[in-house]
Design a protein around this ligand. Structure first.
Ligand code: HEM
Length: 211
């Protein structure tokens, strides 16, 4: 049931399911169906989707340590790249629709408002992850260096959840839940490295070997 073949087969459906919300929100934005503050709503939906996908990407790494679920790792690259896609849309909405490409204001905003600073650093850290995601890049960099670069997913996730935590004023439950999940996944990774360093280093966790 959880074979590599089945996970690979599920990819096209997963692709459509993850892409669909962005198309729906774009449509609702154009038709004026995103409520009284459509830009804010669009930005929130895109940001939240990006954060959820980052967390799912981390979860896949952890789940792939469970033997029957080992093959789930074949879904990681696609979901990780979708997280980047949603972050890019989120950031573009902020730059283009919210601030009309006023770069001077945007730079000031990134420096002055801590939650924007966290989001921006998180976005910057995601760029090397996305740009080294191809099999060709893994070969060129070597697996060890590639893996080191991809540990950036943890600071990305922590900064993104802090970005969310700081910006929410009233009920902080949702960002706290996301932060909790990220910290648990990080602890699991550290624990695994400390207890089974040779396994953590091995090619057993090579990300796309079954692609
Ligand atoms: C990995 C990168 C990022 C992630 C995962 C992320 C995620 C989020 C999340 C979850 C929200 C709150 C959604 C809600 O309230 O329901 C949000 C809001 C926001 N984000 Fe980001 N974000 C990222 C990067 C950025 C960047 C680079 C900027 C701009 C420089 C930015 C600007 C904003 C703004 C202005 C809001 C508030 C929107 C509003 O309610 O007015 N984010 N983001």
């Amino acid at each position: 049931m959880f074979s590599t073949r089945n996970f690979n087969r599920s990819k096209p459906i997963l692709f459509i399911l993850i892409l669909f919300p962005s198309l729906l929100w774009a449509y609702q934005f154009v038709t004026g169906d995103l409520g009284v503050n459509p830009i804010e709503k669009l930005m929130d939906e895109l940001g939240l989707m990006a954060l959820k996908l980052i967390i799912i990407t981390l979860m896949i790494t952890t789940l792939s340590n469970i033997k029957p679920l080992k093959s789930i790792v074949v879904l990681r690259r696609m979901i990780g790249l979708f997280a980047f896609y949603y972050v890019c849309l989120h950031f573009s909405t902020y730059i283009v629709l919210d601030h009309f490409l006023d770069m001077q204001f945007i730079i000031q905003d990134i420096i002055k408002r801590p939650f924007i600073t966290f989001g921006f650093i998180s976005f910057l850290f995601l760029i090397p992850l996305a740009s080294t995601s191809t099999n060709n890049m893994i070969k060129r960099l070597g697996f060890k260096l590639w893996k080191k670069i991809h540990y950036l997913i943890y600071p990305v996730a922590i900064l993104a959840s802090m970005h969310f935590y700081v910006l929410v004023r009233a009920d902080k439950t949702e960002p706290v839940i996301y932060m909790g999940i990220i910290i648990l996944l990080l602890f699991h990774r550290i624990f695994k490295r400390l207890t089974r360093p040779q396994l953590a280093q091995s090619r057993g966790s090579f990300p796309y070997r079954q692609d």
